[in-house]
Design a protein around this ligand. Structure first.
Ligand SMILES: Cc1ncc(COP(=O)(O)O)c(C=O)c1O
Length: 361
């Protein structure tokens, strides 16, 4: 048996929804994107939502709507997927890399405070792996310094911070529907939530060639084409209905992993802060023998992943002379184990048994 890292959910309802859109002949700017946006607002408790073509588009639209440009700086963790940075890099704004907290792997608030300059315009906390960043001190610091908070929630559909959905915390929150994510659209897609109607209108216009609602032929601003297609929105809307049960199942799988792996060899299991409800997009352990463990699992047909082996500040297009000790340590130790709501008990037993064998050698 091969144990996959992830598996996508497709059922008859999704197939029917796709066929319905195909037969309607309405493929873009139709009712499905609106339905998805409304559902997303209801689920996250946010006021406005804008669907778009990917998580990267979501970040680009967010930063473009804030008017970021050359000379501006964004405080961002380096321990993330490179797209977090690319969302503002193309506008000419530059990342100022912040280390991460060694337990939650999210932005280190102390380091963030030290790295602010008079060019800083925004903070980009990443709710990595499904664990929220510590938003209260971040929001408070942003208020003091008049900075915007754009959260990267691409990995954290359904995560809660102090009981509140992360989609309702911050100025603009960006999500991805990439096929591996907690909610997907069977293709590329994304969505943005925000609390300002003005931002919503601007991001919607930017995603639609610079045209504001009701103005078909007037391009007020130079926009992009970053809309979500109707077929994909229809898939996302069906998937979203399952978010509660899926996040619960992910949490249950994490509970079993924690119980079975805690104290085994030098494994460090994921931490969940007492103010957080982790949505476990990824279940990431740490081990100083990560590479050997990964190889051992592969020999037993069990997939695992490294998210991510090279921190963004070390990427060839960004490499500068900075040191981020926690980030640089954890990237050599992290290992993502299979985690998705379709993971069967038998599969999880196989994974745990295999890890046990590795440490008994
Ligand atoms: C943390 C993070 N940010 C941004 C993105 C970009 O999303 P997308 O691949 O939908 O463009 C992803 C996912 O791929 C991600 O995991």
């Amino acid at each position: 048996m091969n144990v996959a890292l992830n598996r996508m959910f497709i059922d008859e309802e999704i197939k029917r929804a796709v066929i319905e859109v195909l037969e309607s002949g309405w493929y873009v700017k139709g009712p499905k994107a609106g339905e998805l946006e409304e559902l997303f607002c209801n689920i996250t408790g946010s006021e406005f939502a804008v669907s778009c073509s990917s998580g990267t588009s979501a970040l680009m639209l967010a930063f473009a709507s804030l008017g970021l440009g050359p000379g501006d700086e964004v405080l961002v963790p380096s321990h993330t997927f490179a797209a977090s940075v690319n969302g503002f890099y193309h506008l000419g704004a530059r990342p100022v890399f912040v280390d991460v907290d060694p337990e939650t792997y999210t932005i280190d608030v102390e380091d963030m405070r030290e790295k602010v300059t008079d060019r800083t315009r925004a903070i980009l906390p990443v709710h990595l792996y499904g664990h929220p960043a510590d938003m209260d001190p971040i929001t408070e610091f942003a208020r003091e310094r008049n900075l915007k908070v754009v959260s990267d929630a691409c990995q954290s559909h359904g995560a809660l911070y102090r009981g509140k959905d992360v989609g309702a915390i911050g100025d603009i929150i960006c999500y991805s529907f990439f096929p591996s994510k907690i909610i997907t659209v069977a293709g590329e897609g994304g969505i943005i939530t925000c609390r300002s109607g003005e931002h919503r209108d601007l991001m919607k216009a930017l995603a639609n060639h610079g045209r504001f609602e009701g103005e078909r032929d007037v391009h007020r601003i130079p926009g992009y084409n970053m809309r979500l297609s109707e077929v994909l929105a229809a898939v996302g809307a069906v998937q979203l209905k399952h978010i509660g049960e899926w996040v619960e199942r992910r949490r249950e799988i994490a509970r079993v992993y924690n119980e079975e792996l805690d104290g085994l060899g030098d494994i460090v299991t994921p931490h969940e802060a007492d103010w957080a409800s982790h949505s476990y997009y990824l279940y990431v352990i740490r081990s100083t023998s990560r590479d050997a463990l990964k190889e051992h699992l592969a020999m037993e047909s069990i997939s695992s992943g490294i998210h991510y082996p090279i921190p963004v500040h070390k990427m060839p297009y960004l490499e500068g002379d900075i040191s981020l000790p926690v980030t640089e340590r954890v990237v050599d130790e992290i290992l993502s184990l299979p985690m998705h709501p379709l993971l069967e008990e038998e599969e999880q037993k196989l994974i745990i048994g295999s890890i046990r064998r590795f440490y008994k050698r």
